[in-house]
Design a protein around this ligand. Structure first.
Ligand code: G3H
Ligand code: 13P
Ligand code: ZN
Length: 347
C-alpha cells in the first residue's frame, strides 16, 4: 500500500473520537520504532519530518525509508507530513518527495522566529491549500504562536507574552473559512522541547507544568465541531526518561512536559493530531548513554542503536498510541489514494 493522505487519518479519527500521534523522524531507527509500535498496537500513524530533518537526511534517504515502511506494513495507514513548512517552496519540495501532507506555518514569517500578521498568515495558508488540494495532499496551518525557541520553530515568547499569542477562537473560525485548510494547529500555551514554560505553585513554591488554555480548544470545537485541531509541543517529557539521561552523565535539570491527561482532554474536544518529538529524543539519548556508561568497551553502533530503537518503541510510541486512542484502528477503513482524495476535494 502507498502512503495515505493525512486528511483521511484525521477524518477517521474524528469519527472514532480518538487522537493520532504525529511523530518526528530523522533516521531509520525512529521510523522502524514507530512502525513496530503501530504494528503491535494496530494503529494508524502520522510520521513527520521538519525542515531540519529533510536537510539532515538529505531528503531522498527519508523518502526511501518511508517507502520501506509502508512496504513492510501495508495494513497500517501511514501519512507522511511536512512539519513546520516555512514557505510554499518547501511545501512543493515535500510534495515532490511524496509527502501526503504539508504544514504551512504561517503564524511565523519565513525565518520561523517572528510572528506574522493575520493577513499574511491567511494568504500563505490559502496558497498552500491551492497548491496541495488539487494533488490530494492535506494542509495543516497554524494560528497563534507557540512559546519556546529551542528548535528555531517558536517565537521565543516568555510565559507572560504567551497569552497575547494564544489562538483566538473567533479568528480561528474566520481563518478556517478563508483558507479551507484540513487541520488547524492551535496555540494554547504549549512549546517545543524539554523545557516547556513552567510556573510556580503559589502554595508550595514548586514548579508546575505549563498552564494550558484548554477552554480555547473547547470553544473552537463548539464553533467548528468538524475542525481537526493539532496540538504541537505535546511531549510529556516523562521524568523517568530524563532520570535515565541524568543517571548516565547527562545534565538536564528542570525539564517540563505536557501531562498525557491534558492531551486526552483535548482529544475529547477535537484534537486529532498530537505532535511528539522530544520524548523520542529523550528515550533514544538515555538508552545510548546507558550503553556508553555501562559498556565503555562497545563500539559497534548496533550495540547502542538497537536499545535506542527499542526504548523509543516501548517507552514512547506504544504507550502514546494507546493513550491517544489510535490503537486498534489500523484496519477500520480502506486506505485512500491521493487521487481519490483529490476527487473528494473537487466535490
Ligand atoms: O517542530 C519541532 C520539532 O521538534 C522538530 O525539530 O527542527 O529540530 O527537527 P527540529
Ligand atoms: P515536542 O517538542 O513537545 O515533542 O513537540 C514537537 C512538535 O510540536 C513538532 O512539531
Ligand atoms: Zn511543532
Amino acid at each position: 500500500m502507498a502512503l495515505v493522505p493525512m486528511r483521511q487519518i484525521l477524518d477517521e479519527a474524528a469519527k472514532g473520537g480518538y487522537g493520532v500521534g504525529a511523530f518526528n523522524v530523522n533516521n531509520m531507527e525512529q521510523i522502524q520504532a514507530i512502525m513496530e509500535a503501530a504494528n503491535e498496537t494496530h494503529s494508524p500513524v502520522i510520521i513527520q519530518a521538519s525542515r531540519g530533518a529533510l536537510k539532515y537526511s538529505k531528503m531522498i534517504y527519508l523518502q526511501k525509508l518511508m517507502e520501506a515502511a509502508v512496504q513492510e506494513y501495508p495494513h497500517i495507514p501511514v501519512a507522511m507530513h511536512l512539519d513546520h513548512g516555512n514557505s510554499i517552496e518547501t511545501c512543493k519540495q515535500a510534495i515532490a518527495l511524496g509527502f501526503t501532507s504539508v504544514m504551512i506555518d504561517g503564524s511565523l514569517d519565513e525565518t520561523g522566529k517572528v510572528p506574522n500578521t493575520y493577513e499574511a498568515n491567511v494568504a500563505i495558508t490559502l496558497a498552500a491549500v491551492e497548491l496541495a488540494h488539487p494533488l490530494g495532499v492535506t494542509v495543516e496551518g497554524e494560528l497563534g504562536c507557540l512559546g519556546g525557541i529551542e528548535d528555531g520553530q517558536g517565537a521565543g515568547l516568555k510565559a507572560d507574552e504567551l497569552d497575547a499569542h494564544l489562538t483566538d477562537p473567533k479568528q480561528a473560525e474566520d481563518f478556517v473559512a478563508k483558507t479551507g485548510l484540513d487541520a488547524l494547529a492551535v496555540a494554547i500555551g504549549t512549546s517545543h522541547g524539554a523545557y516547556k514554560s513552567g510556573r510556580k505553585d503559589p502554595k508550595t513554591g514548586k514548579m508546575l507544568p505549563p498552564a494550558l488554555a484548554m477552554e480555547r480548544i473547547r470553544e473552537i470545537h463548539k464553533r467548528m465541531p468538524n475542525c481537526h485541531m493539532v496540538m504541537h509541543g505535546s511531549s510529556s517529557v516523562p521524568q523517568e526518561l530524563v532520570d535515565i539521561i541524568n543517571k548516565y552523565g547527562g545534565n538536564m535539570p528542570g525539564t517540563f512536559g505536557i501531562p498525557v491527561e491534558n492531551i486526552q482532554e483535548g482529544i475529547k474536544y477535537g484534537v486529532r493530531k498530537v505532535n511528539v518529538d522530544t520524548d523520542s529524543r529523550l528515550a533514544m539519548t538515555g538508552a545510548i548513554r546507558k550503553v556508553f556508561v555501562e559498556s565503555p568497551n562497545k563500539f559497534d553502533p548496533r550495540d547502542y542503536l538497537k536499545p535506542a530503537r527499542e526504548a523509543m518503541r516501548d517507552l514512547v510510541y506504544i504507550p502514546r498510541m494507546k493513550a491517544f486512542g489510535q490503537a486498534g484502528h489500523a484496519t477500520d477503513y480502506k486506505q485512500m489514494t491521493l487521487a481519490e482524495m483529490k476527487e473528494a476535494y473537487g466535490k
